[in-house]
Design a protein around this ligand. Structure first.
Ligand SMILES: Nc1ncnc2c1ncn2[C@@H]1O[C@H](COP(=O)(O)OP(=O)(O)OP(=O)(O)O)[C@@H](O)[C@H]1O
Ligand code: SF4
Ligand SMILES: [Mg+2]
Length: 385
């Protein structure tokens, strides 16, 4: 990335001490976000997405704690600031938008009072100027009759309108970074797209960096510049959004993407990844995805892969390590040129199921020799060859 990052997260580790030992919920997570860039963060429930966001913003709830790594905002470390200083950074430099608008709004104050207070605290403008800015913000977030609505209480707004108010509040101090954790999940589907579009437009205008946490790949596809895929507390793939969606480099991502009907044509129910993410107490040795991965080979069980270059992305998967592949008697060339191969994730692997679930023949029977080679190279255990 050529742009200087605004947010830098390096080797972040989040632990929960428990009576039965320490649980590692986020493990060695590193990423950057540039000014004006939207980084989408996806992954199954429990992957560590919210904890990562909470750690950046200084709102990790005890006993959870940052046990390693660092977080820098505009070059300055913010993970080790005293509480009061971090509170200032949070108000001024980082805006937060959570799933439930009610957690961000105080029911006892009008939205105007809350906006004006945020603006006067952080931007040092007069109350009259702050009110003018607050009305502009409400208008910008699509709240009609903002001059009147500004004096209403949160409960007088519908869910969608309330989330617009939360966005206005998050942006009121003109933060450099916005962390949005499932910002539209609680809203009606018809309103979700509007809110996301709005967030993206407002942030682009101000060159605000955005970390957008969501389960919804559709939202990511429309909004993010890059996407990080998390699994069991780690980033397993990170790269430009179009590449990650259309040319996933990690088998888990391929499975995730395959489950979006609009991305994977002919999917039917093929793309469900079998099994579930391990509990924190049961993260397997080696690659945490190996019990569910249709491409597992010896190395996957022995050693955990770090992120490594994989096409235009980075993926934590031994399939991209030429040495590991050579040791297994295979070639790592697999993902490098032909994006269609990774899309065969579902077609090639559960061959028995494919036959039953699709009306289509698996591709490698269609006469394309490269597909056969791919099958042999990747799928068959070395000792069968
Ligand atoms: N107070 C806690 N004590 C122990 N474990 C916790 C605690 N809070 C969170 N965890 C664990 O940390 C892991 C990551 O949680 P996190 O909330 O970051 O997941 P997530 O990716 O945001 O999931 P979701 O999509 O469901 O919001 C989960 O396995 C969760 O059980
Ligand atoms: S490292 Fe091995 S188990 Fe993990 S995703 Fe890659 S192939 Fe699958
Ligand atoms: Mg979460």
């Amino acid at each position: 990335m050529t742009k200087t990052p605004l947010l830098e997260v390096r080797n972040l580790r989040i632990e929960f001490p428990t009576r039965r030992g320490t649980l590692v919920a986020v493990d060695d997570v590193s990423f950057e976000i540039a000014p004006g860039e939207v980084l989408g963060v996806v992954g199954e429930s429990g992957a560590g997405k919210s904890l990562t966001g909470a750690a950046i913003i200084g709102l990790l709830e005890p006993p959870g704690r940052i046990a390693g790594g660092e977080v820098k905002l505009a070059g300055l470390r913010i993970d080790n600031l005293p509480y009061d200083e971090m509170r200032k950074v949070r108000g001024r430099e980082i805006g937060a938008i959570f799933q439930d608008p009610l957690t961000s709004l105080n029911p006892l104050y009008t939205v105007g009072q809350q906006l004006v207070e945020t603006i006067t605290t952080h931007l040092h403008v007069s109350a009259a100027e702050a009110r003018r800015r607050a009305i502009d913000l409400l208008l910008a977030t699509g709240i009609p009759a903002a001059e009147r609505r500004i004096d209403h209480y949160p409960h007088q707004f519908s869910g969608g309108m309330r989330q617009r108010v939360v966005i206005a509040l998050a942006l009121a101090a003109e933060p450099k970074l916005v962390i949005a954790d499932e910002p539209t999940t609680a809203l009606d589907v018809s309103i979700q797209a509007q809110i996301i579009t709005l967030l993206k437009r407002l942030c682009r205008d101000k060159r605000t960096a955005v970390m957008l946490i969501t389960h919804d790949m559709g939202v990511i596809a429309e909004t993010a510049d890059r996407v990080a895929v998390m699994y069991a507390g780690r980033i397993v793939e990170i790269g430009p959004v179009a590449d990650v969606i259309h040319r996933p480099q990690h088998p888990y991502t391929a499975g995730l993407m395959g489950s979006i009907p609009s991305v994977a044509q002919d999917t039917e129910r093929l793309a469900q990844i079998e099994g579930s993410m391990p509990r924190l107490t049961e993260i397997p040795r080696g690659c945490a995805f190996h019990p569910r991965c249709p491409k597992t080979f010896d190395r996957c069980l022995q050693k955990r892969p770090d992120l490594m270059p994989a096409g235009t992305s980075q993926a934590a998967c031994w399939l991209h390590d030429p040495d590991a592949m050579r040791a297994a008697g295979r070639e790592a060339a697999y993902f490098e040129g032909d994006a269609s191969l990774i899309n065969d994730f579902n077609t090639v692997l559960p061959v028995d199921k494919v036959g039953a679930a699709t009306k289509k023949k698996p591709k490698y029977f269609d006469g394309d020799a490269s597909q056969i080679d791919h099958y042999k190279t990747i799928i068959r255990p070395a000792d069968e060859e």
